[in-house]
Design a protein around this ligand. Structure first.
Ligand SMILES: Cc1cc2nc3c(=O)[nH]c(=O)nc-3n(C[C@H](O)[C@H](O)[C@H](O)COP(=O)(O)OP(=O)(O)OC[C@H]3O[C@@H](n4cnc5c(N)ncnc54)[C@H](O)[C@@H]3O)c2cc1C
Length: 332
């Protein structure tokens, strides 16, 4: 194996997922460089096993036993690589911790990522679901990325068009397992303007500084979301559904956000709460009592417990409102 990377059998992932689910993979390895990726792809192919990449494990639902090979992404590094018209270019390796990376950028005075502060996980996973919060999505700052193509066994680049970013979506979700993202380059706008339209940020003055915005975002997140280190969770478990205008009209109450294509985005949290499911518990799995969009592990939940609870929620919302909720965490 490249540079002494160890492939470990019966690899324990319990400390590598924010749900805190007990999980072991048939094989696993910590990958710290592109050579390691090439080696683990080769290993998985030679064993005829699927390869799964995991970063911070904050958007996955792990089975107790994962048949296949898991690559834990740990390639580190981040730098300012230059300036172009309209912004500063910063590049970070896939295994960098996203919240640390945002804080590093903000503390150097670079604005643009502060609304995305505190989202758990790694830089390499951020484009996969086009992370978003407080009125900003990754796509708004994206310049390009480098990925390893596991099919062609080559390193390739993706620009914004290639990524086909949409709400919690990208091209990478369409071909799971094909690309391993190695690094991401973002453009941080100069001059910088704060984005304060979101509730909770709108009380900040228009001439506020980037550090203040980041601190407010972190404070708002702490107030709203359970700490996954205390109560296992993966943040929002369902996407906010985007439905035809007629469907939205048939639902009395709840927030609605008209989309450019005429459809309407609804609040999944509102729909779940309206079904009376907020705070419900099925064994060790539950709907968080403070935030209906978050499913939690009360201690000893398994993949099956959370899968069952998610199906219960989806069935209730479908029956009452005729709306399909799509799950956000990826089942591995
Ligand atoms: C408390 C909490 C709050 C959250 N809040 C938000 C939020 O506000 N907004 C938001 O958008 N998300 C949010 N999330 C979800 C999560 O933080 C993001 O999706 C994050 O980008 C996942 O990063 P990760 O490294 O943990 O990915 P993982 O969970 O490890 O992986 C997620 C997916 O990405 C793939 N992947 C990971 N790394 C790579 C790579 N290098 N190359 C290719 N594929 C890869 C995996 O195979 C998997 O399919 C939240 C989660 C939690 C627990």
């Amino acid at each position: 194996m490249g540079r002494g990377m160890d492939v470990i059998s019966n690899f324990d992932l319990t400390d590598h997922n924010t749900f805190g689910l007990g999980s072991r993979a048939q094989y696993g390895a910590v990958v710290a460089g592109t050579e390691d990726i090439e080696a683990i792809v080769e290993f998985a192919a030679s064993e005829r096993l699927p390869l799964h990449v995991i970063g911070g494990g904050s958007n996955v639902l792990l089975r107790e036993r994962i048949e296949g090979v898991v690559a834990l992404m740990a390639i580190k590094g981040r730098h300012v690589i230059g300036r172009q018209d309209g912004g500063v270019l910063v590049k970070a390796e896939a295994g960098e911790d996203w919240p640390d990376f945002v804080e590093w950028a903000v503390r150097q005075g670079f604005g643009g990522l502060e609304n995305l502060a505190g989202i758990p996980g790694t830089v390499g996973a951020a484009p996969v679901q086009n992370i978003g919060a407080y009125g900003v999505e990754l796509k708004d700052r994206f310049q390009c990325l480098t990925a390893y193509d596991c099919l062609e066994r080559t390193v390739c680049s993706f620009g914004p068009e290639d990524c086909r970013f949409a709400y919690r979506h990208s091209a990478f979700k369409e071909v799971p397992g094909r690309y391993v993202i190695l690094d991401v380059t973002l453009v941080l706008p100069e001059p910088w303007q704060p984005i304060l339209g979101y509730k909770g940020l709108d009380s900040l003055p228009a001439d506020t500084d980037v550090l203040t915005v980041m601190e407010r975002v972190l404070e708002l997140r702490r107030g709203k979301l359970p700490d996954w280190r205390v109560l296992g969770n993966a943040g929002s478990f369902f996407h906010n559904p985007i439905v035809a205008a007629e469907v939205a009209e048939g639902i009395a109450g709840g927030p609605r956000y008209p989309q450019a294509d005429g459809r309407v985005k609804l609040s999944a949290a509102w729909l779940i709460e309206a079904c009376g499911l907020k705070g419900m518990r099925q064994g060790e799995a539950g709907v968080h009592e403070g935030h209906a969009l978050i499913l939690v592990n009360h201690g000893k939940a398994t993949y099956s417990d959370l899968d069952r609870l998610a199906s219960t929620v989806q069935a209730a919302v479908k029956e009452r409102f005729g709306v399909d909720l799509v799950r956000e965490p990826i089942a591995v």
